[in-house]
Design a protein around this ligand. Structure first.
Ligand SMILES: [Zn+2]
Ligand SMILES: [Zn+2]
Length: 331
């Protein structure tokens, strides 16, 4: 077995090749998997009113959006994506921003992961500084999407008026997640090279206890390579429908806003502790889902820390900072 500590570059290269092979294999078996699901699982639900009504509802809503952009694949991908992601970002941030500005409600603020750093209400100067970066990030993201979208059109992604089946979405999602995990892990780990860290990534790490609107707080080059491109790797491999790309993009925004929120709220379906730990320790937890960190051993500090035990029970109602009685403070 290869020692991941003594051969970090070799193991990282092998992991990248392995991810590429898994993605290729998954894409190859996907059509057969969709057929199997349609033949074996769909008959179990096809006669329910929920299945029929939801299918009609989503299809009719999609047709309105599709017609609004004139069925133009480029407009759907660029203007459509920017509108959907922008709206999603605002909605997802609203509760966290309210808590950071007002320090209320106390019933939720008590779930702050690092209660002694950036304590709510957060210093207005900090919020103002990260908020002023948002228009720049939005503009850079829009330009990057405008440049990247022709590649997805060339790939043959589906921009049709008909929505994909639920089975197509379910089968595409693991590939999209794996593509994002690989793209983000490796671009992020490269950004932690001392030369690049000092010049680029240090800005994103200014907040050792992040707040939700600081999720996209980074230099434009980082926003493109670590923010815009990784979620598009999966669509490039699978050629999935544009609505699946949007759904996955909104899911990714939920993850990144939650990860930077600084609150481990009891109703979160995902614990933000993993990336919060990255902000507090810098050299651990580079990926999105923890898969490559686990394979390459870059989460060992996190696993040793008591937070790992909390991460397994993210939906408890005990505030995370109280649930580690013997936990040491992070440095
Ligand atoms: Zn971050
Ligand atoms: Zn980092």
């Amino acid at each position: 077995m290869i020692n991941t500590q003594s051969h970090p570059r070799l193991t990282a290269t092998l992991a990248a090749v392995a991810v590429g092979l898994v993605l290729a294999a998954w894409t190859a078996v996907s059509p057969g998997l969709v057929v199997w699901l349609k033949e074996n699982v769909e008959p179990l639900v096809a006669n329910t009113s929920l299945w029929r009504n939801s299918g009609t509802f989503f299809q009719s809503q999609w047709e309105k959006v599709y017609d609004w952009y004139g069925g133009n694949a480029y407009l759907l991908g660029t203007l459509g994506s920017t509108n959907v992601y922008g709206l999603t970002f605002v909605v997802l941030n609203s509760l966290y921003l309210y808590m950071d500005i007002t320090g209320r409600p106390a019933a939720l603020v008590k779930y702050k992961i690092q209660p002694d750093v950036n304590t709510p209400p957060v210093e207005p100067a900090i919020l103002r500084k990260v908020a002023l970066q948002l228009p720049i990030t939005a503009l850079v993201t829009f330009v990057a999407i405008c440049l990247a979208w022709p590649i997805l059109m060339w790939r043959g992604c589906d921009f049709g008026r008909e929505l994909p089946s639920l089975w197509n979405v379910l089968v595409d999602f693991p590939a999209l997640m794996l593509g994002e995990e690989a793209g983000f892990y490796f671009s992020h780990r490269i950004l932690h090279h001392p030369y690049l860290y000092k010049r680029i990534h240090k800005k994103h790490h200014e907040l050792t206890a992040p707040v939700s609107i600081a999720a996209p707080y980074a230099y434009p080059v980082e926003s493109v390579f670590s923010g815009v491109l990784p979620p598009l790797l999966g669509p490039l491999v699978t050629g999935c429908h544009v609505s699946t790309i949007w759904l996955f993009g909104c899911y990714g925004l939920y993850i990144t806003v939650t990860d930077h929120s600084g609150y481990d709220l009891p109703f979160n379906v995902r614990s933000p502790e993993f990336h919060d730990f990255h902000h507090s320790r810098f050299n651990s937890n580079f990926g999105v889902y923890g898969l490559l960190d686990g394979l390459l051993g870059t989460d060992s500090a996190y696993r040793q820390y008591k937070a790992a035990a909390r991460h397994k029970t993210p939906n408890g109602i005990t505030p995370p900072s109280n649930s580690i009685p013997n936990g040491k403070k992070r440095k």
